[in-house]
Design a binder for this molecule. Structure first.
Ligand code: SF4
Length: 470
């Protein structure tokens, strides 16, 4: 006898098949459930030249997308891809500079500024972020040259933030004074841990908490009213108590913001430093660590006068801001937006033209040949832009504003992703509230697997497991 499938049994069957396939994808990905890695599933990379990139910005700014609020809020990012030593856990494309290399690099940036400035004539960028790498490795002279060139060629809004990323070991007072003269509003320190043994084991350039205290004091003395310090949870050699000590001590140095990042280790770091498998780290070690740290972070933020975003588990970053601190940390600000619009300059900088294109500069452009293909790019279809929106929201937490989605894309979430929402409702992991859809991720890997339902909707191939840059 043949059974007739009802719509519900057909749906259940399809969901079962999908779940099996998605679990396989996660397994192949080393159980790494970081949803931002799913960005790499979009179009295969194209290569673009500096001249082509310039043309995309020209078209964007010429008004083709002026209906998009993002067109009015473009941030500027400058990347300095050099560090004094390379941290063992580093994911970024940073290197120790050869003699004279930083000077040549600054020259190239200045040329880039001139090349692009005509496109942005009459336009004021919102925020400016100089990051890396370690921008504080620039000499005083190089920093002045860079900032002179930058502000001669581009305009910035008076209300935006201007942030400089600094390593506690190379932060000096003269840098801070120069930055102040150029109107910088905030400094961000990569502290990561205050335990000397952890810093040593991870090949951090600075080796003691004294450097952090001094660096923060210097920035305050120079007049910075917005100082951010980052910590990392999960570093080799650290443990729950060690992290708590770093967090508590750091708060006593009174930075205005603290951002805690969860460690996303590569295979080599897992094998050599953490000495555990990828599967163990992502499904057991990290979730257990965060489960222990969350109550502490909650209690800490209440007592120490910090406010925080939703302290949800199964995330990779949490921001803490001192009460009364007006401006948010730029990094959390950037990542908190669904349609980030960033113009990046410098080797390995990422740029994003909302709903159109995301690209990374992978080679230094030669001044003589702006037509050389120096950028890797991903062109978004409108549907991929929607997936990017969902990935960003899941990176931030577990809720999606239905109104924000509709306003951004001119279509409701239900109309755009009927199958995914039916499947997640069927699985009883979707709570439809008036303004938000709230997703219940009972285990860390659910976030990744449920996101794949949205990919499945679009008919995307879900077999590619390459991990994208964070
Ligand atoms: S300071 Fe940052 S960019 Fe430099 S090596 Fe360490 S992790 Fe990488």
């Amino acid at each position: 006898m043949r059974l007739r499938m009802t719509p519900d049994t057909a749906l259940a069957h399809s969901i079962r098949q999908d779940l099996t396939q998605f679990a396989g994808i996660l397994r192949t990905n080393g159980h790494n459930w970081d949803v931002m890695g799913l960005n790499s599933r979009f179009n295969p990379d194209n290569t673009l030249s500096l001249a082509q990139v310039k043309e995309y910005w020209r078209i964007f700014l010429a008004g083709k997308k002026t209906g998009d609020p993002a067109a009015k809020n473009i941030d500027f990012y400058v990347n300095i891809p050099f560090c004094r030593s390379i941290c063992s856990y580093c994911h970024f494309h940073s290197s120790t500079p050869r003699k004279g290399e930083i000077g040549g690099y600054v020259d190239n940036l200045l040329w880039n500024f001139k090349f692009f400035s005509p496109v942005f004539k009459g336009f004021a960028f919102r925020n400016l972020y100089i990051g890396g790498g370690t921008p504080s490795l620039l000499s005083e002279h190089q920093l002045k040259q860079l900032l002179d060139g930058l502000f001669k060629n581009f305009s910035f809004s008076h209300t935006g933030q201007k942030t400089f990323e600094s390593n506690p070991g190379s932060a000096c007072s003269s840098h801070f004074r120069t930055l102040k003269e150029f109107g910088f509003t905030s400094v961000s320190f990569g502290v990561q841990s205050l335990r000397p043994s952890v810093l040593r084991l991870n090949n951090r350039h600075y080796k003691d908490s004294e450097s952090v205290l001094t660096a923060i004091a210097r920035a305050k003395k120079a007049g910075f009213g917005d100082i951010n310090a980052d910590l990392i949870a999960g570093l080799a050699g650290d443990d729950v108590d060690g992290f708590k000590q770093s967090f508590t001590r750091l708060s006593k140095f009174l930075p205005h913001n603290i951002v805690v990042y969860g460690l996303l280790p590569g295979n080599r770091y897992l094998a050599e430093k953490l000495k555990m498998s990828s599967s163990y780290y992502f499904t057991r070690y990290y979730p257990a660590l965060i489960k222990k740290l969350l109550p502490f972070m909650r209690e800490f933020s209440e007592k120490a006068g910090y406010t925080t975003d939703l302290l949800e588990p199964f995330k990779w970053h949490w921001g803490f801001r001192r009460h009364g601190q007006a401006s948010p940390d730029p990094k959390t600000n950037y990542s908190g937006e669904h349609c980030v619009c960033v113009f990046g300059v410098g080797l390995f900088s990422m740029s994003s033209i909302p709903k159109i294109l995301q690209y990374r500069q992978t080679m230094l452009p030669a001044k003589t040949n702006p037509s050389a293909k120096t950028h890797k790019a991903r062109r978004y279809t409108p549907r991929e832009a929607m997936l990017g929106f969902i990935i960003n929201k899941f990176d931030q937490g577990s809720r999606i504003s239905t109104a924000e989605f509709s306003q951004t894309f001119g279509i409701t979430l239900d109309a755009a992703f009927p199958y995914a929402l039916r499947a997640l409702t069927f699985l009883k992991v979707l709570d439809r509230q008036p303004e938000f859809y709230v997703f219940n991720f009972a285990r860390c890997e659910h976030k990744y697997i449920y996101t794949l339902f949205f990919f499945r909707e679009q008919g995307h191939t879900v077999t590619d497991t390459a991990r994208g840059p964070r």
